[in-house]
Ligand binder design. Structure first.
Ligand code: HEM
Length: 512
């Protein structure tokens, strides 16, 4: 059933996939908000051996290769990373249109990308990550205070937590505990990016460039309106915090200001750059890379916390067991707040975090990779310039690796060593949630620590319950998910304190 396109494929078949419809490629039949569902289904329908590990589809003139299994993703994206580490050129066009062509996440595999990646790596590498723990715990405590104040706005509080942590790490920029205008700006910008910066959108715009020319008032021109708004937001988001760092550095003759990714990088430049031209080039890279941090860190961390909360609503027995573990360490009557040193004694909480990342990966198709050159894999022809997507949603549903994959079962990991660093390090069971090869998430160690700080404090302080009348079952059938590069569930729930509000506030105050 594999199909041969009418062009030179060196006599080899393309990977199996749905038959192309004339001209429109395979766009019909894809739920464009949640394409991972169709891609997984195609695997089962068209795959040679029912596994559907690799699927080919043409979206207009764009070749799309979907990797539904971790085995194939490792073979191609990890082991042949020299050929699979760039991003789809078609996506660059959309980024350009939205005024964010500098985003580290989407840069083609190039010296420019290497420079951005080095800037991130210096700050976010495994050995540096523990230095941010005080920032993460402080912001988790602030999130607890916000939840005590208005628990129905939990999504906003998750967002404030995720964005404030990244702002502190990258810029040493302290946001307001609540209703920060800068965070609101970032949120509007990210909403547009998450919706539009996708391979499927790029394929459509590549085919109909007229879309970019539509007047903003034209019915259906939301793409253009999004671009106009984004182009007005981007300069503020890029410049304001960067200038904040430069000002602080200039007025900090004694060198006592807290370090940040940007100030550290700028100091290195001042020591190493050969001339003004090199200084300007490197400074520009620091400015661009730092502003890519929000997009990478904020929506992902926030969405993961939504998934965690959903699991706590649907699996009260899991919540009870995790709370029992926490209470056994900090006291049922909240003798103190949880801290980093407790982590090693909380294997079940670690397993809850790991299972959260697996149950519903929040970047279900990762960030698309692309091939630099033609390739042949297990007899299939993979064209140069193809968009290659790692379907982590499908990988998380591999019943051989994860029996009953739709169930939230932290117990899966309890027989293995759930050590402190295991979630983020190397070949962990769920490392696929952070992507592959040379483009693997550079913030994974910091993300893991942020998740611990947030999860352990929520479980210690709050009880999460099902909203009356909300009847969704343990497999989540019928839950609404947002669409885009990242996704999270939308659901009502009740979050109430397990301890006296005054006691919690007193403990938090004592720490600040
Ligand atoms: C739970 C939280 C997070 C998840 C699930 C996540 C997931 C991912 C995924 C799937 C990718 C694409 C990898 C690929 O192309 O194969 C990625 C890339 C990236 N992530 Fe994360 N991420 C998270 C948090 C963070 C944080 C906190 C940062 C901090 C700055 C960060 C920075 C980045 C960057 C810069 C990239 C682009 C890497 C490149 O293209 O070279 N991420 N992330």
């Amino acid at each position: 059933r594999s199909l041969l396109k009418r062009r030179d494929t060196k006599g080899l078949p393309l990977p199996p996939g749905p038959p192309p419809l004339p001209y429109v490629g395979n766009v019909i039949g894809v739920d464009t908000d949640h394409p991972w569902l169709a891609y997984s289904r195609w695997g089962a329908e068209y795959g040679n051996d029912d596994t559907g590990e690799i699927v080919y589809s043409r979206l207009f003139s764009q070749d799309i290769v979907i990797l539904n299994s971790e085995r194939v993703a490792r073979d191609l994206l990890d082991r042949r990373s020299h050929n699979y580490s760039t991003r789809p050129p078609s996506l660059m066009r959309v980024l350009d249109f939205f005024g964010v062509e500098f985003s580290s996440i989407f840069l083609p595999y190039s010296d420019r990308w290497r420079l951005h990646r080095r800037i991130f790596h210096q700050a976010f590498r495994a050995e540096a990550a523990p230095s941010f723990r005080p920032i993460q715990m402080r912001n988790a405590h602030n999130m607890v205070l916000n939840l005590l104040h208005s628990s129905v706005d939990y999504g906003t509080h998750f967002h404030t937590f995720s964005t404030s942590v990244i702002m502190s790490i990258v810029y040493d920029y302290t946001t307001l505990p609540r209703d920060d205008p800068f965070i609101a700006l970032v949120e509007s910008s990210l909403e547009i990016s998450v919706r539009e910066l996708r391979a499927e959108v790029a394929a459509v715009v590549g085919e109909f460039p007229i879309l970019e020319k539509l007047p903003p008032w034209f019915p259906g021109a939301s793409f253009v309106r999004g671009a106009i708004l984004q182009r007005s937001l981007v300069p503020k988001i890029v410049d304001i915090p960067f200038e904040h760092v430069k000002k602080n550095m200039a007025s900090d003759a004694a060198g006592t200001a807290a370090p940040s990714m940007v100030s550290d990088a700028l100091l290195r430049i001042s020591e190493k750059a050969k001339d003004e031209q090199e200084t300007a080039l490197l400074e520009k890279a620091v400015k661009e890379a730092s502003s890519s941090g929000y997009a990478a860190a904020s929506e992902t961390t926030t969405s993961t916390l939504y998934v965690f909360l959903l699991a706590m609503v649907l699996y009260p027995e899991v919540q009870a067991r995790a709370q029992e573990e926490i209470d056994s360490i900090i006291g049922e009557d909240l003798k103190r707040l949880p801290d980093w040193d407790d982590r090693a004694s909380m294997p079940y909480v670690a397993a809850v975090i790991r299972e959260t990342l697996r149950w519903f990966p929040v970047v279900p198709l990762g960030i698309p990779h692309a091939t630099v050159d033609d390739d042949v894999y297990e007899g299939y022809y993979i064209p140069k310039g193809a968009t290659v997507m790692a379907n982590t949603w499908s990988m998380a549903r591999n019943p051989e690796k994860y029996p009953n994959p739709t169930r939230f079962m932290p117990e899966r990991y309890m027989s293995k060593v759930a050590s402190e660093e295991s979630v983020a390090h190397g070949r962990d069971d769920i490392s696929f949630a952070f992507g592959f090869g040379r483009r693997v998430c550079v913030g994974r160690y910091v993300a893991d620590a942020s998740l611990f700080a947030a999860v352990v404090n929520i479980l210690a302080i709050f009880q999460v319950e099902r909203a009356p009348g909300w009847t969704v079952g343990p497999d989540c059938e019928g839950v609404q998910w947002t669409g885009g590069v990242t996704t999270h569930p939308v659901f009502p729930c009740i979050i109430s304190p397990r301890h006296a509000k005054e006691r919690v506030e007193e403990l938090i105050r004592a720490q600040s």
